[in-house]
Design a protein around this ligand. Sequence first.
Ligand code: ZN
Ligand code: ZN
Ligand code: FE
Length: 761
Amino acid sequence: MKSRTIINIKGIVQGVGFRPFIYNLAGRLNLFGYVLNNTSGVSIEVEGEHADIEEFIESVKTHPPPQSEIFEIQSAHTDPAGYADFEIRESEGVEEKFVPISPELATCKDCISELFDPEDRRYRYPFINCTNCGPRFTIVKDIPYDRKFTTMSVFSMCEKCGSEYHDPSNRRFHAQPNACSVCGPRLILLDSERKEIPVEDVISEACRLLKEGNIIAVKGLGGYHLACDAQNNNAVSRLRARKFREYKPFALMVKDIKTAKEICFVNEKEEQLLNGVKRPIVLLKKRPDAPVSEGVAPNQKYFGVMLPYTPAHHLLIAESGLVLVMTSANISSEPIVYEDKDAFERLGGITDYYVIHNREINIRTDDSVIRVERGREVVLRRSRGYVPHPLLMKRPFAEQILACGAELKNTFCLTRENYVFLSHHIGDLENMETLSSFEKGIEHFKKMFNIEPEVVAHDLHPEYLSTKYARALKDIRKVGVQHHHAHIISCMGDNDLEGEIIGVSFDGTGYGLDGKIWGGEFLICNYHSFQRAAHFEYFQLNGGEKAIKEPWRITASLLHKIYGDDMMDLKIDFIRELDKDKWHILQQMIARNINSPMTSSAGRLFDAVSALLGIRKEIHYEGQAAIELEMKAASEDNGRYEFDYKEHEGKTEIVLEPVIKGIVADLEKGTGIGSISARFHNTVAGLVSDMCKKLRDQTALDRVALSGGVFQNSLLMEKTYTLLDENGFKVYTHHRVPTNDGGLALGQAIIANEMIKTGKV
Ligand code: ZN
Ligand code: ZN
Ligand code: FE
């Protein structure tokens, strides 16, 4: 007795070899029927013996293709239709549905062995790929995921590629970017004047040029990298000088785990992530004798390391034998360069050569950055390899929501049913280039996931371009969300938590309800609302934005507030080295209160301490002063400074004076800055723990969420986590989305959803 079952599968099931898997499975079990991609996933009908159908469904559930992810399987039995074979049918468009698209997949083992096999027809072909690997999100222009809707559409497959593509038993069956040297994209070598250098083999010539110490702009999956030999001091310092990026660390690309281990300490989890299909940059602790130019990551304890993830990378690394600097090609805070025209304009003065290719990148995606904390992967920049994989939430969203994120490290997100589609890293939304990337990104995501948001959530800061964008939208309901509330709810969403929690949100900048700049906040909050229970006392940012770039201003103003004019008598280097003319001007500013916004920012406090210790008085990239302060900390020092508290308008204010005085006393005693830095970290961790205990006494809450950019500081994070844990708290930190503003949109979306459900919007 034959029976027929209709099966619908939702999840990441397109572009990951799902249909050939189904085809082969059906063949093995003697089932007839068909499989097709539609805009909500994969649709299957199988007809045959009942037991075989059961086994079929079981196999789909338990052994799907490695890169796929099934969110939902629905099946229904019906009368047999009399199918005579099993076929793969044309994709079908269904209105109002959507299908998650796979992120980029690192070159798989099978493709690598073909790449290096002189007998293979794709030997040394830099664009080799299959259903298990290759470009995805960066080449997709529209759905469903079919070659004609990707940037591969301009290449028509040769006969051999075509027959692989159409053969269900082939591992390139319906591999949309399938190509070979006869029919597919190719590499092109250009000199600094963008004139093509006619060479027989671009890779070997590029390797020779890299070994000679040249800088090459290499077009990859989601944009351009600037590459050079990481062991060549000259090349590295030339790249630094040309890129006007004197201090920010460069990422490294190494051949394999063995090479990574020669440079860094690598634990099992880190090894697994380095080797994984997402291929992020993994932050790894440097070995003291790491054979890499000092200029790669000056003043850092960590290197950002990744393994090759495209065939071209594999060829470059294998044939050059080099450890390569592979840093995103961008100009200061602009997003990564991804269009050829743009690359030529922007990288002109920087690169000696270009290795480009003729496959268009539809959407830029930077390398993702992660690290391992307590054995768990923690995402710091979520982009290539992760995006557009949706975050799956426990409960569905009431409506489709767009959340615009903040300003720095911007990402946006769109929601649909139980899914949050968090965008790739857009960058700092402070110029037209990034803004247009943001706007285009939103339109692209809307189209790809068939989302038409009815509600938009945005930050409260009136000057953020993301806020302005949201407020200018027509025919859409708007929800303004306080920055630090969004951080904590993002952390709750990241951990699938509900209810009420103690939130510790420490970051650089966030617009407060009183119009001041918050950033050292203890919030009692739930999805719906928050109460600001405690915060750092306000201090001045003299010169506004300038104080962020020149933290010595904050330090001087803090010292003046505490010591008055007597500060000039302090026996510390900071005062000895203080530029008296600049100080005079600053003092007048303080006296007249000109351009001196008030802040409770924890990030700025770290900056001020860094400047006080003489570590970094002016910064060249966001967070530099605090990062270098962390890097200087001596691990064995357990000392701690005092903090004071005062109650003010129902809130606890944390008074900074004792901690600053403690540091100054240590400096006058000649205590090393390594010890002082460690003591300061201990102090902040201790303060968080003390304050949470106080709030637990008041509220009986024992869960704490830590969020905000300051918690990228892994020393602070570890110390804080340990103390809270020892004191009986359940501590939650970010892992799926960044703790910095790159994760903010998730919190905004969840809060907006709560507003919808309670009829507030
Ligand atoms: Zn492959
Ligand atoms: Zn071909
Ligand atoms: Fe923030």
